[in-house]
Design a protein around this ligand. Structure first.
Ligand code: C2E
Ligand code: CA
Ligand code: CA
Ligand code: CA
Length: 287
């Protein structure tokens, strides 16, 4: 993660500084941004493909930079991981997501939202206080643990017995774990055996070009084969699936035909500010 962070920083600043100095400076800037309250969350619905009903929501962080405007997490998460600030930033994300979900549940009732899903980085899992922090956030916000899904990338998970122990402790608290970007890692299959996952999220790269009408190319055939294998494997292991990055109805139709019941993507709903998601829940309740 460290090296990825440095490479990212070089790109971010157009290579105008030495990577080491630049990395440290962005680290300082991120710290200041966190203290200044410049980070906020947007929420992307997770939707039942058959009905369009919102069943859950992923929380995604944004940096509202005073000069540069909205900065993408792809630009700063690697640096935050490299400097260790991700631990404090991740704590903010978790607290804010849980606080917000608890407020929506209080307003709209327990059927309004099944899951809130913040992303968690490998550095957070290595933090010895992580489980205690999660426990504290749940106690503070009053959010039941079974409403929380932590989204983890496969690389984050592949780092030894200590992380696995942390994951089992979270699982035992009733928190669900989702394997993000599924299919892009190197040992997805063996991982699923050791890892207390409840959900796999099929990576967008297998959804691109999968739509009805696009079949025939070798790429489309291969992606469809992976998408089918993932949903079958998940089913056999008793895991739920979410297909990510759905950008058109043809993809949604194909995924449903393959056995996917839940999806996420611009075609279904874009990431949105909390207030817009609240309105969506309100509209859904009136239906
Ligand atoms: P991710 O966890 O795989 O999140 C999905 C990304 O795909 C999001 O980008 C989302 O806006 C985007 N997306 C959703 N639907 C579509 C679609 O139909 N088409 C396309 N082209 N994109 C779609 P975003 O918000 O820019 O986040 C990028 C990555 O940054 C995330 O990928 C995640 O790995 C990381 N990230 C975001 N927020 C956090 C956070 O709070 N903590 C950590 N550790 N990582 C985060
Ligand atoms: Ca995610
Ligand atoms: Ca993903
Ligand atoms: Ca991703």
């Amino acid at each position: 993660a460290k090296q990825r962070g440095k490479a990212n920083w070089v790109r971010y600043q157009g290579g105008m500084e030495l990577p080491q100095a630049g990395h440290a400076r962005l680290g300082g800037e991120l710290r200041r941004a966190l203290d200044n309250g410049e980070f906020r969350l947007v929420y992307q619905p997770i939707v039942a493909l058959a009905t369009g009903h919102v069943v859950g929501v992923e929380a995604l962080v944004r940096w509202q930079h005073p000069a540069r405007g909205l900065v993408s997490p792809a630009e700063f998460i690697p640096a935050a991981e490299g400097t260790g600030l991700i631990v404090a930033l991740g704590r903010f994300v978790l607290r804010e997501a849980c606080r917000q979900a608890a407020a929506w549940l209080a307003e709209f009732g327990p059927d309004a939202l099944q899951k809130i899903a913040p992303n968690v980085s490998v550095r957070q899992l290595h933090d010895p206080d992580f489980v205690a922090d999660v426990r504290q956030v749940l106690a503070e916000t009053g959010l039941p643990s079974d409403r929380v899904v932590l989204e983890l990338t496969e690389s984050a998970v592949l780092r030894g017995p200590q992380v696995l122990d942390t994951l089992h402790r979270l699982h035992d608290m009733g928190i669900r774990l989702a394997l993000d970007d599924f299919g892009t890692g190197e040992s997805s299959l063996s991982l699923l055996q050791a890892f207390p996952a409840s959900i796999v999220k099929l990576d967008k790269s297998f959804v691109d070009g999968i739509e009805v009408g696009e079949e025939g190319t070798a790429e489309a055939t291969a992606r469809q084969a992976v998408a089918r294998a993932v949903v079958q494997l998940a089913g056999a292991l008793g895991l739920d699936t979410v297909a990510e990055g759905i950008e058109n109805q043809g993809q949604a139709d194909r995924l449903r035909a393959l056995g996917y019941t839940l999806g996420q993507g611009y075609h279904l709903a874009r990431p949105m500010p909390a207030e817009d998601f609240r309105r969506l829940l309100a509209a859904q309740q009136r239906r």
